[in-house]
Design a protein around this ligand. Sequence first.
Ligand code: GLU
Length: 494
Amino acid sequence: MTETRLRFPPSPTGYLHIGGARTALYNWLYARQTGGKLILRIEDTDTGRSSLESIQGIIEGLEWLGIDFDEGPYFQTDFEAEHIAAAQKLLNQGAAYKCFCTKEELDAKREAALAAKKPLGYDRTCRNLSADEVAEKEAAGLPSVIRFKVPERTGTLGYDDRILGRIDTNYSEIDDFVIVRSNGKPLYLLCNVVDDIRDRITHIIRGQDHMTNTLKQILLYEALRAPLPVFAHMPLTLDTKKAKISKRSHGEIVAVQFYRDCGFLPWAFNNFLALLGWSAGNDQEFYSKEELIREFSLERINKSSAIFNFQKNDPKFFTDPKAIFINEHYLRTMDIGELGKMVKKELESAGLWKDAYDTDQKEWYLSTLDLIRDRFHTLKDFTSLGRAYFADDFEIDPKPLAKNVLKYEELQQWLPQLADRYEKLAEFSLEETERVARELAEELAIKPGVIINAMRTVVTGQLAGPSMFDIIITIGREKIVRRLRDVGKLFGQE
Ligand code: GLU
C-alpha cells in the first residue's frame, strides 16, 4: 500500500481559527491513524495579505495543540518557478491557451449574456486563435492571461468525496478558467495543485468552501498527468445563527491562541475540536490521543455544518459550553504531575512560583493542586481563584465579603479569638482545627457556619471551595492565624 500523505496548507492572512485548527486536526488524525505523513505548507502567494506575524501565529497555535508535522513548513512562494513551468507545460501541450480579451470586453459580454439570459461563462473567443494570431497580438504588445482549455466532452465530471459521496457536474458548466494572470502570476488554483502533486499528497481533507475549485483542479491533475488524490470536504463551522464564524463578527474568541491564553489544556481543546463535526456514532465525549487516532474516520465526519455554540454574553462561559465542560473534565482528572507542570508555567508568569515546589515542597504543591482543581475551569483559575494558596495578596470576592463577613461586626473579635486558639493548638490537625472552631461557636452561641463561612472568605477570598478544614491545613497555621487576625482590615480598620 502506498504511504498516505496529507497536508495542512493555511494561507497566512490571519490567526489560526477554530475551523482551520479543526481541519489541521482531522488531517493529523488521519495521517497518524494510517501511519502516513503530514506536511505543513504555507500558502503565501497572496503577498499583499500574507504576513510573517500570521505565519508565526499559525505555527504557534499548531504547536500548542500538539499537531506535529513530518515535513515542512514549505512556503508556496519558493516554488513560483515550478508553478510557471506547469502553466507553460499546459500551454505547450495545448491544454491551455493565451487569452487577450480585455476586462472591458469581458464585462460587456457578461452584461449582454445576462440580458439575453445566456450562460455567463467565458465565450472562448481566444480558444482557437492560430499560432500566427497569437504571435501577432503579442508583437503588438497586447497583454494576455492563460486559460485552461476545458476538454470538449459531453456528460459529467465527478469524484467520490469521502464525506459527501458522489459529486458530479456537467462539463458544460465548467468555464475555461484563468491559471495565469496578465502580470505573469499563476493563480492559487494552479499553485495548489502543482504543490500537491510535488508533495505527493494522497488525501485532501479541507473545508467545503474549496469545493468550487475541486472540479477545475481535477482537470488540472488530468492534464498534468498526475494521479488524483482522495478528496474529503468538511462542512464549515458556523455559529448558532448559521453564520460563518470569523474574527470580524465574533472577535478573538475564534482564534486558537485565545484558548491557550485563557488557560485551556491543549488536549482538551483537541478533544473539543474533534467532536465539532465528528462523532464515532455513540455519545462518548472524552478521548485520549490514542483512542481518537484509532477511532477517527473520514466517513463519520458530519455532512452538515458544525455549530460553534459560543456564549457571547456570558463573561464566565464566554465560549462554547462544551469546550469548558471538556476542559474541566481533563483539568480535574488528569495526572497530577502533568497538571503540576502546566500550573508551574501559570505561577511563573504570575510571579508566584517557588523553586521549592519542585523539591521539598513538591508534595504540598501537588496535593494543593489536587485539592483545589475540582472547582476550576481553566489553568488561569489557579492564579486567580486559587491565588490565596500561593500568595498573601489575593482579592476577596465582594459577594461573600458582604454576605459572610461585613454582615457580622463581631467577627472582628471572633476571628482573632479563633486565631489565638489556633496558635496555641498542640496539634494543628483537621480534627483539632474543626473541634476548636465548633467549640468557639458554641461558647459564643452562634452557628458554626457563621465562623466557618467567614473564615473561608477571609483565608481564600472565595465563596465556595474544598472543605474548610482541608483548606486550613493546606494553607498552614502561620498564614491562617495572620489572615484571621487581620479581619479588621476588611472592615476598613487598620
Ligand atoms: N490555503 C487554503 C486555505 O487556507 C487551503 C487550500 C486547500 O486546502 O486546498 O484555505
